[in-house]
Design a protein around this ligand. Structure first.
Ligand code: T46
Length: 133
């Protein structure tokens, strides 16, 4: 089974432009407790390099594009995020890395919980130990 789970959001467009609405527990499968966004990352920048213990997230490139690598400890897959109407699910215990940011990339992330550094696994060997338990 693929690690990549993309959600397609309905585009409510008309001649004035587009609008996408994302509703917790409806459009996306969890309640949203936090929203953050990443912007101003240059093409040579690499971010992420961690997994979360329990956090569920959806990432949407609302402008520009970037690539996300997802790794469950057994396989690695990459997804190009280049559409404001598509979200990529980042499940708990999935190591993720983001790269190839275009200068105009704005990566919006919807998260199921508040920020908690103790939810991060930032060491790859620790991650492999946790997923093999
Ligand atoms: C993730 C990927 C997709 C906060 O204080 N509050 C927050 O809500 C967040 C997300 C971060 N921070 C602080 C922690 C660091 O001092 O902001 C700084 C940058 O965070 P970090 O180095 O973790 O950024 P990324 O881009 O490597 O990872 C982020 C999220 O942290 C992470 O949860 O899954 O984006």
């Amino acid at each position: 089974m693929s690690l990549i789970r993309e959600l397609e959001f309905k585009e409510l467009g008309d001649d004035r432009g587009n609008l996408v609405a994302i509703e917790a527990n409806k459009t996306i499968p969890f309640p949203i407790k936090r929203v953050y966004y990443i912007y101003g990352s240059s093409p040579e920048v690499e971010r992420g390099f961690h997994a979360h213990k329990t956090l569920q997230q959806i990432a949407v490139s609302v402008a520009g594009s970037c690539t996300m690598l997802l790794d469950d400890g057994h396989k690695k897959e990459e997804v190009l995020m280049d559409s404001p109407n598509k979200g990529t699910l980042i499940e708990p215990l999935v190591w993720h890395e983001m790269r190839d940011f275009t200068e105009d990339c704005v990566l919006l992330v919807l998260a199921s919980d508040h920020y908690d550094e103790s939810d991060y696994i930032r060491d790859y060997d620790d991650f492999l130990k946790q997923v093999s338990q």
